[in-house]
Design a protein around this ligand. Sequence first.
Ligand SMILES: Nc1ncnc2c1ncn2[C@@H]1O[C@H](COP(=O)(O)OP(=O)(O)OP(=O)(O)O)[C@@H](O)[C@H]1O
Length: 235
Amino acid sequence: MVSIQNLHKQFGALKVLNGLELDIMEKGIIAVLGPNGSGKTTLIKSLLGMVVPDKGEISIAGSNIRKRWNYRQEIDYLPQIANFPGNLKVQELITMIKDLRGKPAREKELIEYFRLQPFLDKKLNKLSGGTQQKVNLVLCFMFDSQLVILDEPTSGLDPVALLQLRNLLQEEKEKGKTILITSHIMNFVEEVADRIVFLLEGKIYFDGTVSEIKSSTGQPDFEHAIAKLLSEDHV
Ligand SMILES: Nc1ncnc2c1ncn2[C@@H]1O[C@H](COP(=O)(O)OP(=O)(O)OP(=O)(O)O)[C@@H](O)[C@H]1O
């Protein structure tokens, strides 16, 4: 599904991605983790063609993405910060995104799932952060693509909404999708992720399951295992 070879990206003097290699051939949920500033969003944006790498190759669904933009029609994406005009109403935004994408959408089902009916006539700038994030999740999932990329989907969600998101991810995974997520909420990652890809110093520093991370660090608790990966004797 996704194949990345020798990816490099530098912003000024700052080397963010430094020869990163990653293959994602399986269905399921893959969590891209790493400390703040480790390049998770840069990696995701490179996959989406929103950041142009200095060097390296990216293939999605078997084809190189270089100078080929229509592949993005087949990816559902939730950005870390979605900046839509605040005076748009929720329904107007959904209709606008549907018109832009020009594909069949299943927004009704998702509006119901996140109980967003009472907010459809409200302007975005009148919504709470969590409700805005639920709207963003509807926008992301409504096109039902096989590859889904979620940059911090947990942001702003209360415990009930987190549970809804977890169950939605499970359902989407069972449909056979490949779902890439980033999150700083470790117990959420531990519950949903089939595979952890840990970024450090511009490369994949660890690639394996939650239980492999725990056993390789000798930590029974996932959060501590991640902290151990970052500790001096491991870096
Ligand atoms: N367009 C840009 N211009 C200059 N620097 C950038 C740009 N985009 C990202 N960076 C820098 O690259 C580094 C990696 O940023 P990135 O957003 O990819 O990290 P991240 O792992 O997603 O971080 P976080 O966990 O905080 O979201 C940061 O130091 C950031 O300031």
